[in-house]
Design a binder for this molecule. Structure first.
Ligand SMILES: Nc1nc2c(ncn2[C@@H]2O[C@H](COP(=O)(O)OP(=O)(O)O)[C@@H](O)[C@H]2O)c(=O)[nH]1
Ligand SMILES: [Mg+2]
Length: 300
């Protein structure tokens, strides 16, 4: 595997070849990848998770944020996971069109990742990859995920700041409750605020925050029109404010706790042969009186 110093040198020069190769090696869990990861020395660069339904404008918002950051001389990495689309290539193409300005920019690294069928839709190497990005010289790191199923919760569990992007649409407020977005959002974005019902929708969110005891001192609600670049600065300020508050509270330890659990569970699960499990169930359930507890003990 490639030396981290060489990858960082490439990143500094706007050459992401070694980084891209290393990401593939980690995703494919090539031999030595686990040892390689133990040698990383990550900087405390906060991970920003951006989630929300398909078409909400996440990629357009990210393109706007990226524009601001590169103007400030920063190096930006964007990891994008789109589990909702079986036509993943199409999804990449869509993002390319909107983020096209940044695809070839030497300060920006953009990578689309397959979700690899992982439950909840997050790429199962996300913790590894974000830690790698923290170790090779990026100043801003974004993870974009589509808000389906549990992925909002998962992105929140590994992001230092979770931005939930919604659009003014009737009925969304109900859905928001269902998916537990209230618990995961550090910043709410009402994108497509050029729509006439935007204000009503924003009021809905504020009301639901109140009902759930979420203070606007902690969770900001930002109105944006990403396609026109409106509200991007407000969003940046809301993200910064959350990160300052988060650091003051020492919340990063909670995120390390959650990540550690995920890594430990993933490691333990590696020792389980899922094909064999299926076959064993086939055999064990032939007789009546199958007991799942004694059955699973064989796997402990
Ligand atoms: N009217 C309007 N359209 C927007 C806005 N932001 C994004 N869009 C459009 O919404 C569509 C989906 O945007 P995209 O960023 O790909 O959404 P994603 O699936 O959440 O990443 C694109 O056609 C955008 O041009 C906005 O603020 N107002
Ligand atoms: Mg997108």
């Amino acid at each position: 595997m490639f030396d981290v110093t060489d990858i960082a040198k490439g990143v500094a020069e706007g050459n992401f070849l070694l980084l891209a190769k290393t990401i593939s090696q980690i995703e494919n869990k090539v031999e030595g990848a686990d040892v390689y990861l133990t040698k990383l020395v990550p900087k405390a660069i906060p991970i920003i998770g951006i989630t929300g339904p398909p078409g909400a404008g996440k990629s357009t918002l990210i393109a706007g944020l990226v524009g601001e950051w590169i103007a400030a001389g920063k190096k930006v990495a964007v990891l994008s996971v789109d589990p909702s689309s079986p036509f993943h290539k199409g999804a990449i193409l869509g993002d390319r069109i909107r983020m096209k300005d940044w695809y070839l920019h030497p300060q920006v690294f953009i990578r689309s990742l397959a979700s690899r069928g992982h439950l909840g839709g997050l790429n199962s190497s996300m913790i590894e990859l974000t830690t790698l990005l923290q170790s090779v010289g990026f100043d801003q790191i974004i993870v974009e995920t589509v808000g389906v199923g549990q992925s909002e919760v998962e992105v929140a569990s590994l992001a230092d700041t979770t931005v939930v992007v919604l659009v003014p649409e009737a009925g969304d407020d109900v859905q928001m409750m269902k998916s537990g977005l209230m618990e995961v959002a550090d910043v709410f974005v009402v994108n497509k605020s050029d729509r006439p019902d935007a204000q009503t929708f924003t009021n809905h969110i504020r009301q639901m925050m109140m009902e759930n005891g979420v203070s606007e001192d902690l969770v900001k609600v930002v109105a944006t029109v990403a396609s026109q670049g409106l509200g991007i600065n407000d969003l940046m300020q809301a993200i910064d404010a959350h990160q300052i508050a988060n650091n003051a509270l020492g919340n990063y330890k909670k995120i390390i706790f959650t990540k550690a659990i995920q890594l430990i569970v993933a490691h333990k699960m590696q020792q389980v042969d899922l094909k064999k499990l299926e076959q064993d169930i086939e055999t064990a359930t032939i007789n009546e009186g199958f007991n799942i507890f004694s059955f699973t003990q064989n796997y402990f």
